[in-house]
Design a protein around this ligand. Sequence first.
Ligand SMILES: NC(=O)c1ccc[n+]([C@@H]2O[C@H](COP(=O)([O-])OP(=O)(O)OC[C@H]3O[C@@H](n4cnc5c(N)ncnc54)[C@H](O)[C@@H]3O)[C@@H](O)[C@H]2O)c1
Length: 266
Amino acid sequence: MNLTTFLIYAPAMQLNGKRVLVIGGGGGGIGRATTDALGNEGAAVLVADLDPARAEEAAQAVRTRGGTAYPISGDVRSATDIEAMVAGAVDKLGGLDVLVTVVGGQVAFVPAVKLHEMADEDWDTIYEVNLRYVARAVRAALRVFLDQGTGGAIVSVGSVTGFMAAPAQAAYGVMKAGILSLARTVAAEYARDGIRMNVAAAGAIATAVANANVAAEVVEEIPAGRFGRSEEVARAVVYLASDAASYVTGQQLVLDGGVSVRGPFG
Ligand SMILES: NC(=O)c1ccc[n+]([C@@H]2O[C@H](COP(=O)([O-])OP(=O)(O)OC[C@H]3O[C@@H](n4cnc5c(N)ncnc54)[C@H](O)[C@@H]3O)[C@@H](O)[C@H]2O)c1
């Protein structure tokens, strides 16, 4: 293949030149797949994770394929760490074009109980790792985007639990619903600044966490007949982060194999 043929047929790098902070990008599941996909699409990535080894491994994998990525460790429960992640992206990457938030979940040590049995401190734990940090990171990123005057994109990994009730996961659902509400506010307040925010709302994705917590018979309820793959969520994150989604804001893109649209009959 000569150079001209290559240039015509090579897949476009959807995020070429974009400077991206991905919070929770070191993970074995959606986080890592997202970092891989962002790097493959030409983004320069700062990978933030609680586990420094995971952050480094994810960044190294991008670099091995010829991309640009750096690790940073931090705890999303800390306001200082969130500020440091955003400032670190500006410092390492020379600015910030895209914020991706991945960290979240129904924390393993929080008992899965009905709403009336839920303790205040458990509610707060779920809040801290699912919504409070997202709001902090979004506010910090907005300040950078507005200072730069370049616009920007924010993508948060959400869940079908944000709009479908999941028994014994009340707080998790409320937090994921809150992320979509944030996206709608960002859309309404900042679209004229070229700033967009959207949610990639996942159904049951085959990660270590999901495999451990979700019974095999759940698969029977999924019209697609299988769990989703982390890469399938990552592709949606890439799309929403890219200029291909330049007129999409305040929305959620649902990746659930049909779970949320299936009726009770048949
Ligand atoms: N796995 C699923 O089936 C599923 C379904 C719907 C939505 N989601 C959402 O997808 C996202 C990712 O979930 P996942 O299970 O794929 O996880 P993941 O494997 O992508 O891991 C996330 C990363 O977050 C890091 N992390 C955890 N706590 C942290 C903290 N306090 N500070 C900084 N980093 C921290 C972990 O080290 C890990 O690397 C979550 O928001 C979750 O709610 C997952």
